[in-house]
Design a protein around this ligand. Structure first.
Ligand code: PEP
Length: 253
């Protein structure tokens, strides 16, 4: 059975003391997680070890990085490698967030390289895809997202694709307070699963978690997560408040 996941993306937020406070609150939050219903907290690089330490006793909560570089090591000032993340036993890394695509010009090919090197180092990619508003208005979102998946993931073997978590995040819904309707989310998630099934077969497609991201909040998580092909969410703004993110984690049930 595929996992249901409530993933937090703190983005470039929190000072050290704010991060400590948020992690302390998450560590004592009343949440019902199981091996099939997990939470992943993607913190800025400087707080990875702190997050691991603070959340160590919290069952079924994992720490993620928000990005990685395409190279294993070397003269790439300012970058962070998967080798470093692996050495800190970080299990997940977000790859291809729309903010990375937009502000750092990460192409589908660069993202394919990042997915490859992450998998080579036993890190599970949380691979983000999703269309801009203009693409949604032109009603070409299905083919657009399909191309993102094909270009960056479809060279993977059956075994490798099973280690990937997909996050569908319509750009027009990220940080805007404008959520896709649960019907729009379900339609796209079903499309993504169909595209995965065409390439890898239905049995594999059914095992891949597909998260929705875009203004998920405590008051809409239950409805969005209840869609048959929505396996949880990737949450930005609302993940910076421990009480609200706890509601979102509990919405997995
Ligand atoms: C995100 O950062 O991936 C995201 C979905 O942000 P928000 O929840 O704030 O829209």
């Amino acid at each position: 059975m595929r996992k249901k996941i409530a993933a937090a993306n703190w983005k470039m937020n929190c000072t050290l003391s704010q991060a400590e406070d948020l992690l302390n609150k998450l560590a004592t939050a009343q949440v019902n997680l199981t091996t099939d219903k997990i939470s992943i907290i993607a913190v800025p690089f400087p707080y990875l070890l702190l997050a691991k330490e603070k959340l160590a006793s919290k069952a079924n909560v994992f720490v993620a990085a928000q990005n990685c570089y395409t190279k294993k090591s070397g003269a790439y000032t300012g970058e962070v490698s998967v080798e470093m993340l692996q050495s800190m036993q970080i299990p997940y890394v977000i790859i291809g967030h729309s903010e990375r695509r937009e502000y750092f010009y990460e192409t589908n090919q660069v993202l394919a390289d990042k997915v490859n090197i992450a998998l080579e180092h036993q890190l599970q990619p949380i691979f983000c895809c999703g269309e801009a508003l203009s693409i949604r208005e032109a009603d070409t979102q299905n083919s657009f997202v399909e191309k993102q998946l094909k270009d960056s993931l479809f060279h993977l073997t059956n075994e490798q694709i099973l280690s990937v978590v997909i996050a569908y995040e319509p750009i027009w819904a990220i940080g805007t307070g404008k959520t896709a309707t649960s019907q729009q989310a379900q339609e796209m998630h079903k499309h993504i699963r169909n595209v995965l099934a065409e390439k890898y077969g239905n049995e594999i497609a059914q095992q891949i978690s597909i998260l929705y991201g875009g203004s998920v909040k405590g008051n809409n998580a239950v409805e969005i997560f209840s869609q048959p092909d929505v396996d949880g969410g990737l949450v930005g703004g609302a993940s910076l408040n421990a009480d609200e993110f706890s509601i979102i984690m509990n919405a997995l049930n």
